[in-house]
Design a protein around this ligand. Structure first.
Ligand SMILES: [Zn+2]
Length: 308
């Protein structure tokens, strides 16, 4: 079955390590992604939160790396600018790549930068990483975190106009609910799990999951070990427990995949090529072929289609 993965940090990782997308030492490369039947991959751009001009320079250099890799591997990859690109017959055997910015530091408080990044291919944005920025507070701000700033709301308005996917991973809880109000499309939490099963501050509680369901959105199940089990000692079945729990709570149509490959050292599957194991295990746990297809790709595609 085809797979849509809503989050990996591979572009940032290979930029930092000066490696290649075709084959590399990380969790994800083209050769292994082809084996795993990856249909669409969301590639995050990430820099540690720094002053916005510096963040923008670093993000632009990663975008340069992204376009270099896209051009070099054009026989294997295509850039998803609009949903119809995914359905183009020429692209059927290739991997669709969606460019995502993880944290709005690079925007500073300038909407113009968002429009320029859109022209450079950006189709997905998370307002914050864990820290506070001009747009909103991230989860590091803790219990006292605020919601969206006026700029944050303006950015969402512009995202509505342009058609940019909104990702609520890392956003503090108050902003999470505000973003649901201002954003006009189904949205995603691209890489997070259920807090009821693993009490990690990045995971979603039941109330957040229910709000996401009302919005028609999707949560990408995160493979980082600490997000799966509190002691970080976890197997594939522990990951599937999150899928079973979330599907039971809010409906299977809201569950997708967001590996966080190359975003952390300890992930459940040692690499993208192991996705087949997840598929087999979902069948063993009693999901029907239709349900497995929904989890692996269809739910995520529904959200992508609604926005871009
Ligand atoms: Zn992240």
């Amino acid at each position: 079955m085809k797979i849509v993965d809503l989050h990996c940090d591979t572009i940032s990782a290979i930029y930092d390590k000066d490696e290649q997308l075709l084959e590399n030492s990380g969790h994800f490369d083209i050769r292994r992604a082809q084996k795993a039947n990856i249909k669409v991959q969301v590639f995050a751009l990430f820099t540690m939160p720094v002053e916005s001009n510096l963040a923008l320079r670093q993000i632009l250099k990663q975008i340069d790396k992204y376009h270099f890799e896209m051009a070099k591997n054009a026989e294997h990859l295509y850039q998803v600018s609009r949903y119809s690109d995914i359905e183009t017959p020429d692209n059927r055997q290739k991997i669709g790549c969606i460019l995502h910015l993880e944290g709005g530091e690079a925007l500073g408080s300038d909407i113009e930068i968002l429009r320029i990044l859109y022209r450079l291919g950006l189709r997905s944005l998370g307002l914050t990483w864990n820290n506070r920025n001009y747009l909103a507070d991230g989860l590091y701000e803790g219990e006292k975190a605020s919601g969206l700033s006026v700029k944050g709301r303006e950015v969402i308005t512009e995202m509505n106009k342009l058609g940019i996917l909104l990702d609520l991973s890392h956003l503090a809880v108050k902003g999470f609910y505000e973003a649901l109000e201002y954003y006009q499309y189904p949205l995603m939490v691209s890489h997070a799990n259920a807090r009821a099963l693993c009490d990690h501050w990045r995971n979603l509680d039941d109330r957040q999951l229910k709000a996401l369901a009302r919005n028609g959105g999707v949560v990408g199940i995160n493979q980082v070990a600490d997000f799966v089990k509190e002691d970080g000692n976890c197997q594939l079945d522990d990951l599937i427990d999150h899928i079973v729990y979330i599907a039971g709570l809010i409906g299977i149509e809201h569950v997708g995949l967001g590996s966080d490959f190359d975003g952390a050292d300890h992930v459940v599957l040692p690499g993208v090529e192991q996705y087949e194991g997840l598929e087999l295990q979902l069948f063993k746990r009693g999901f029907s072929p239709k349900e497995v297809d929904m989890i692996l790709s269809e739910n995520a595609l529904r959200v992508i289609k609604a926005v871009i």
